[in-house]
Design a protein around this ligand. Sequence first.
Ligand code: FPP
Length: 245
Amino acid sequence: MLNAERASFDPATPRHVAIIMDGNGRWAKARHLPRAVGHKRGADAVSRTVRACHELGVSCLTLYAFSSENWKRPVDEVSDLMGLLRLYLVRELDDLHRNGVRVRFIGGRERLDGDIVHLITQAETRTASNAGLLLVIAVNYGGRAEIVAASRQLAEAAAAGRVDPACIDEAAFEACLETTGIPDPDLVIRTSGEKRISNFLLWQAAYAEFVFTDVLWPDFGKEHLEDAIAEFRLRERRYGARSGG
Ligand code: FPP
């Protein structure tokens, strides 16, 4: 987002909320249930949160569903998570579309199963002209890889003489990111008590407010989103300027 846009932004409700959904495993462990059940309940929390964003007037929601590091998990767990994503797209696309939600994915698609890539493309294409909530789902996403890819793209363009290196500024860099055209997150929420960014939206979250909650992701609901927004409203966003204007 450019400085002029930041200055005119109404701070009462975050325009863009981004969530690091964490704690599915601990939720299941506390109940002596398999981790898969925690993830399943996590997927239910996704549906609740999408609805809550719509109701609370948030215009963009980004969810960290699967990081580029999550491939290190056991094969069965990766398969459970991919299965839930598949199910979500199959079961919820009609509803999302009916409610005017525009769906977009960030993250590399090269390691995803062909049918999931097809579902993703279908969801993006079908909802492309919707004007309601923008739902961004990060799958096989890593912030560092995204920054490296943007740098490579600009370096190649410069080497080919298509871009003057002296003209590379923040706007030119942003145009090469996967999130191009999406406003930066105003509020980043991480559940489960962990206080890390974990390679999520590293460039985009430069001026975001962070709210960390102990709630485990499967328990997350509208009231927790409201609490996070209430905390956001108490923050003074200065973008590097001095307090008091
Ligand atoms: C972190 O919990 C959560 C994930 C790695 C995956 C999030 C995925 C979902 C909520 C379900 C599918 C998503 C969609 C969009 C339908 P964890 O396993 O790291 O929990 P732990 O830290 O307690 O072990």
